[in-house]
Design a protein around this ligand. Structure first.
Ligand code: KIV
Length: 296
């Protein structure tokens, strides 16, 4: 019965009730995706689906469509703020975007991405940032890049009761250290490093780990070794779930798109045509028509 096998459908028998009451999700049948559903999805061989999201309109559509988790990624640096990389993005920039996404969903798990410079100084620094995201946005989990090098930070955040998603393989915040957008995990040394990172993140208590730009075969080995789910961003079909930057996935991003992205729409083309048609209508006087006018 593959069509019934979704992360929400396999949640469990426990009804999802708000223990202290809730002004919003008062429907007791409404299922919220939790980190425990990630674990159970892996155990049951059910694939987990994620997209990035940065604002309320797309977030509510993705939530309605049943996307399991929304990552408010620091990819907002490229997709929202117009930076060349994710490196300049700040916590203050991501907080309002994350809060908007949280306000727009009722089912998806919302994960806030900890930007470069917000956790590297040590475990207490990382915890302070994670607490800011939890308190100021209402997000359900945070993500931070790095395996062995970030394991102390992950452990500290998890110990405070905040779920953490790890992120290893290609980590965009260290693109200069890695020497560019380079596939990770290749060769004996690369594989060894990736496995060490994966285990470090799992041992630190992360509930899932993103593998970015890793050969499918190596990602399969990591997935088989770990008990937590692996989420692929260009790491092939052997992972427990998939995640894409929504603007790439929807054909909104212009310019170079990574090889691993499948585009499911042509939003840029649709918007361009709509803008051209609107301009032509304004210039020719077709818009506004009588049905767009108010009477006196
Ligand atoms: O910022 C982001 O969108 C990400 C994903 C691509 C993993 O970190």
């Amino acid at each position: 019965m593959p069509c019934a096998a979704t992360v929400a459908a396999m949640s469990d028998n426990a009804p999802e009730v708000a223990p202290y009451g809730s002004s919003q999700n008062s429907d007791p049948t409404l299922k919220r995706v939790r980190t425990r559903h990630f674990a159970r999805a892996k155990q049951n061989g059910i694939k987990i689906t994620g997209l990035t999201s940065y604002e309320c309109l797309s977030a509510s559509i993705f939530d309605e469509a049943g996307i399991d988790f929304l990552l408010v990624g620091d990819s907002a640096g490229n997709t929202v703020f117009g930076y060349d990389t994710t490196i300049p993005v700040t916590v203050d920039e991501l907080i309002p975007l994350t809060a908007a996404v949280v306000r727009s969903v009722s089912r998806a798990l919302v994960i806030a991405d900890m930007p470069f410079g917000s956790y590297e100084n040590g475990p207490e620094h990382a915890l302070d940032t994670a607490i800011r995201f939890m308190k100021e946005t209402g997000c359900h989990a945070v993500k931070c890049e790095g395996g062995v090098r970030s394991s102390k930070q992950i452990k500290r955040i998890v110990r405070a009761g905040i779920p953490v998603m790890g992120h290893i393989g290609f980590t965009p915040q260290s693109e200069h250290g890695l020497g560019g957008h380079i596939i990770q995990g290749r060769g004996d040394e690369g594989e060894e490093q990736l496995l060490a990172d994966a285990h470090a993140v799992q041992d630190a208590g992360a509930f899932a780990v993103v593998l970015e730009m890793v050969p499918s075969e190596i990602a399969g080995k990591v997935t088989a070794e770990l008990s937590i789910p692996t989420i692929s961003v260009g790491a092939g079909p052997n992972c427990d779930g998939q995640l894409l930057v929504w603007t790439d996935w929807a054909g909104f991003t212009q310019g170079r798109i990574p090889r691993f992205v499948k585009q499911y729409a042509d939003l840029a083309g649709t918007l361009r045509e709509a803008a051209q048609a609107y301009k032509a209508d304004v210039e020719s006087g077709v818009y506004p028509a009588p049905e767009h006018e108010y009477g006196a």
